[in-house]
Design a protein around this ligand. Structure first.
Ligand code: HEM
Length: 493
């Protein structure tokens, strides 16, 4: 009888929920969006090479909030700072979920990493523990770790002896070493086969996962029955990644003198404490494993891509590079900068903000999911709607930024009209980038060290400037280009 009563109550609840949705839906306007085709909906809109700029162009026609249909899923694309803030910050608890995804589960150990895990009690415990381990590590050793890598990068650039090179790999090694030192107390040389294997595999996974061959599998389950060589490659790379990371964790656990301040040490201890306190196995070895993936993917490709963009933009406006150099010489005299110097280096800070504005390296953030019925900008948003925060679009919104497509760092200087508040390269709310503080210190110190010691110039007079369009996947990267890092007169540390 009890079960019967519960079923009746459940049915009433479901009925009331549908009635509530119906009333809300019918009293709020329908979301605009391109016409949806039979069966495929707006899938064709999702196959563009440069999704961030395509979605931004659609906003000119359909407004700052519009919908796209993919199979049975409705995506809502947010294209201005105002609507993104409303969803991610003001109504964070409505939109903190991540969409369930067949391919996402494969790359995230069944949704047990931070970036793709849904908003559950387990996820909150995981993020809390990693956040405090990261914070502790950052307070204790981050500055020194970045300084060491910045000086190493300086040596690598010196070794080019003024010849032209593609620096992207050097930036990747520098950013990756910051993370591996923090995580395991381990750093690599550019020629290390272990490092190369790890990055080729992570790069492949990020590239493959962003491809439309893979995302189609999420929207159209029937496609999973057909042979798909791209998907087969993804599975192979995920297996390779897991083997490499398992080896790293095994090596770390075997170390006699485990780096006490390494994130892994804090994590293993914190997980144990947490599990004892909760008297259950909320967090497992899989979470430690997936945290490593989160930190390596989140912390390497993003920072490295951003450094590569910065050099490219400065090649386009060499006079800005000169102003930063002059500021560094005047303010610091002959010493290297500390993070605490940032408020005394407004020109350098303005370059950092402007590159983050023009090329937010995670241009569409990571998709969010409505975990309950809600609304954005007066439109009814039913539970399970997928939300795409188009950060690229918000950073190019002509209502907020004058000449939005021009590289003008001076907009962030006093009286320049640019507002740092309107920038949101790290997202916001419950899903704010976990590495924001770490990334900000890296961007500042790496750029300050590089621009103090080198002038970046084109390989020869009349050589083409780097193409600033970018290759957009999960991370927005610049197409490979070559540059000369010419040592400045003031280069002795
Ligand atoms: C220039 C550097 C970086 C940028 C622009 C950036 C940007 C972002 C953005 C936009 C998101 C998605 C936020 C959302 O879903 O609303 C994100 C998430 C994340 N980032 Fe970063 N990131 C950077 C560096 C880093 C670093 C250095 C780390 C690691 C140490 C990191 C780790 C993560 C993680 C773990 C998440 C997932 C957070 C969650 O789902 O709760 N990121 N990042």
């Amino acid at each position: 009888r009890l079960q019967g009563k519960e079923e009746t109550a459940g049915a009433e609840c479901g009925f009331l929920q549908r009635l509530y949705q119906f009333l809300h839906h019918s009293s709020s306007p329908a979301l605009p969006g391109p016409p949806s085709r039979f069966l495929i909906g707006n899938m064709m809109e999702m196959t563009h090479d440069h999704m961030p700029s395509h979605l931004t162009n659609l906003a000119q026609r359909y407004g700052n909030i519009y919908r796209l249909k993919c199979g049975s899923t409705t995506l809502v694309v947010l294209n201005s700072g105002e609507v993104i803030r409303e969803a991610l910050v003001k109504k964070w608890s409505d939109f903190a979920g991540r969409p369930a995804s067949y391919t996402g589960d494969i790359v995230s150990g069944g949704g047990r990493n931070i970036s793709l895990g849904d908003y559950t009690e387990e996820w909150r415990a995981h993020r809390r523990v990693v956040h405090s381990a990261l914070l502790r590590c950052c307070q204790q050793s981050l500055h020194g770790v970045i300084e060491r890598q910045a000086l190493h990068l300086r040596k690598v650039l010196m070794d080019y002896q003024g010849t032209a090179a593609d620096l992207s790999e050097d930036f990747t090694v520098a950013a990756s070493n910051v993370i591996t030192t923090l995580a395991f107390g381990k750093e690599y040389d550019k020629t290390s086969s272990e490092l190369q294997e790890l990055h080729s595999c992570l790069n492949e996974i990020v590239g493959l996962w962003g491809s439309s061959w893979i995302s189609a599998l999420d929207s159209f389950p029937l496609l999973r029955k057909l042979p798909n060589p791209v998907f087969a490659r993804l599975l192979k790379e995920v297996a390779r990644r897991d083997e490499i990371i398992k080896q790293h964790l095994r090596d770390y656990k075997l170390q006699d003198n485990k780096k006490a301040d390494a994130i892994m040490g804090s994590l293993l201890q914190a997980f144990e404490k947490q599990n004892n306190a909760e008297q259950g196995q909320l967090l497992t070895d899989v979470h430690v494993h997936m945290t490593t993936v989160d930190l390596l993917i989140g912390g390497t490709e993003t920072t490295a891509a951003w450094l590569n963009w910065t050099v490219a933009f400065l090649l386009h406006r060499p006079e800005v590079q000169t102003r930063v150099y002059e500021e560094l010489c005047t303010v610091l005299e002959e010493r290297y900068p500390k993070y605490s110097d940032r408020h005394r280096l407004p020109v350098l800070s303005s370059v950092i903000s402007e590159v983050l504005r023009l090329r937010p390296v995670a241009p569409l953030a990571v998709p969010h999911r409505a975990i309950r019925d809600s609304s954005i900008a007066g439109y009814f948003i039913p539970k399970n709607t997928v939300i795409i925060p188009n950060l690229f679009g918000a950073h190019h919104d002509p209502a907020v930024w004058s000449e939005p497509y021009s590289f003008k760092p001076e907009r962030f200087l006093e009286g320049g009209g640019g507002s740092a508040r309107s920038l949101m390269p790290f997202g916001g709310g419950a899903r704010l980038c976990l590495g924001e503080s770490l990334a900000k210190m890296e961007l500042f110190l790496f750029t300050a060290y590089l621009l103090r010691d080198f002038e970046f110039i084109l390989p020869e007079r009349g050589a083409p400037l780097p193409d600033l369009t970018g290759l957009a996947s999960v991370v927005l990267k610049i197409e490979a280009y070559r540059v000369v890092a010419r040592p400045r007169p003031l280069t002795e540390p």
